[in-house]
Design a protein around this ligand. Structure first.
Ligand code: DHB
Length: 388
């Protein structure tokens, strides 16, 4: 080999691995895989894995690599992990986020690094305003709380006590339910809150019983519904005639079937039911259960599934370019069919637009499900809509 050829061979040899490395698009998936919010992590991770298994790991000529990190449900841990994923792993996209404080803690890193932050599992309205790089495939609490207030008034409920977890999404649920319920002529007698960490519902349930409302409106995060229902029964509230109404976070598909017949008849509003009647959802539920030992997918899982779809479709639009601003621009206005029904990304707010369903817990084939009986189509986040 003459010297010139040798140099060329060396140059190609050196360049080849670098060029190859650029062909991989890394997604940093930050989820609570352990701790109080572990069911959310498990659901979202399972949906991401199912998406990859079904759609493959190649899109727009790029290989997709998902790097899963456990934030343990702690914002500071998530922040450190996001930093490491951006700086060391050079991820093109950050995704996941099972709690509002975690999505908020990572937002400044997304802004600084110009990396899209795909929020798959947190629902406080303001998250999308924390960074121009946040795009949400999850839900907002106002999306389900406002329709729940509307339904309640129309169905003869006049006096309500609200009970929420005392953090971002709970406060959004309380506020948006109360505003709509009052505007439509209802009265909120009392607004009760419980801590997010290790809540004891007994004292607030006693207060709720004493107030004698027509209904108790409840939001607790995914994973806490079963414990709430247990204490609701232990305190005898199921015998008082006080109706239980809720966001679908309480009658979460992940736990619903274990809650017992006491929840039959509970009316709630939400974006996804495993019982949603569409061909796509039937196939989704079947494949998810098969891949996860019979586990029923919940609303967190579809946030993960759709977050991956959003990323894939954005990469197709940019022809594989991973520039954060280009990716976010491609995501704005995108619309597709989800297992939950038709959804889109509001181009102005980068937040999800989706149907909200009013559901009733019923026994279907021997199992408890949220059975949808009314649809409010294409709901934008009411909190941001009110600001305009
Ligand atoms: C959030 C978390 C939940 O588990 C839920 O059901 C709703 C909202 C949140 O942290 O935003």
């Amino acid at each position: 080999m003459i010297r010139r050829e040798l140099l060329l061979a060396v140059a190609v040899g050196l360049a080849a691995p670098a060029a190859h490395a650029q062909e991989t698009v890394k997604i940093g998936l930050i989820l609570p895989m352990t701790g109080q919010q572990a069911s959310t992590g498990k659901q979202v991770d399972a949906a991401v894995k199912l998406f990859l298994a079904q759609k493959g790991n190649m899109v727009a000529g790029k290989k997709i690599e998902v790097i899963l990190k456990d934030d343990t449900g702690v914002p500071d841990v998530a922040k450190r992990l996001a930093q490491e994923l951006v700086v060391n792993d050079k991820v093109a996209i950050l995704a996941g986020f099972g709690l509002t404080p975690i999505a908020l803690a990572v937002a400044p890193i997304a802004t600084q690094a110009k990396v899209p932050e795909v929020v798959m599992a947190a629902g406080t309205s303001s998250i999308t305003e924390a960074s121009p790089f946040v795009v949400r495939t999850a839900f907002t609490l106002a999306q389900s709380s406002v329709p729940m207030a509307e339904w309640s008034i129309k169905n003869g409920i006049k006096k309500v006590v609200t009970l929420v977890s005392d953090f971002g999404p709970g406060i959004d649920a309380e506020k948006s339910f109360t505003e709509k319920f009052k505007a439509d002529g209802g009265t909120v007698i009392e607004s009760l809150r419980v801590p997010l960490r290790s809540p004891d519902f007994s004292p607030v349930l006693q207060k709720a019983a004493d107030a004698k409302p027509d209904a108790l409106f409840v939001f607790v995060p995914s994973g806490a519904g079963a414990q709430f229902v247990k204490q609701f029964v232990e305190r005898g509230l199921d015998k008082t005639g006080i109706k239980l109404i809720a966001t679908g976070d309480v009658t979460d598909d992940d736990q619903l079937n274990g809650m017992g017949d006491v929840v039959i008849g509970v009316i709630n509003a939400h974006n996804y039911s495993a019982n949603h009647d569409s061909a796509m959802n039937k196939a989704y539920v079947e494949a998810f259960r098969k891949a996860n030992n019979g586990l029923r997918p919940n609303f967190m899982s579809v946030g993960g599934w759709d977050g991956m779809n959003l990323i894939y479709e954005a990469l197709k639009k940019t022809n594989g370019a991973t520039d954060g601003e280009k990716l976010v621009a491609a995501m704005k206005g995108m619309a597709w069919e989800s297992p939950r029904g038709p959804i889109s990304i509001d181009p102005e707010t980068r937040d999800i637009v989706q149907n909200i369903y009013i559901r009733k817990v019923e026994k279907v084939g021997g199992e408890l499900y949220n059975v949808e009986f009314a649809t409010i189509p294409n709901v934008k986040d009411p909190v941001k809509a009110a600001k305009k």
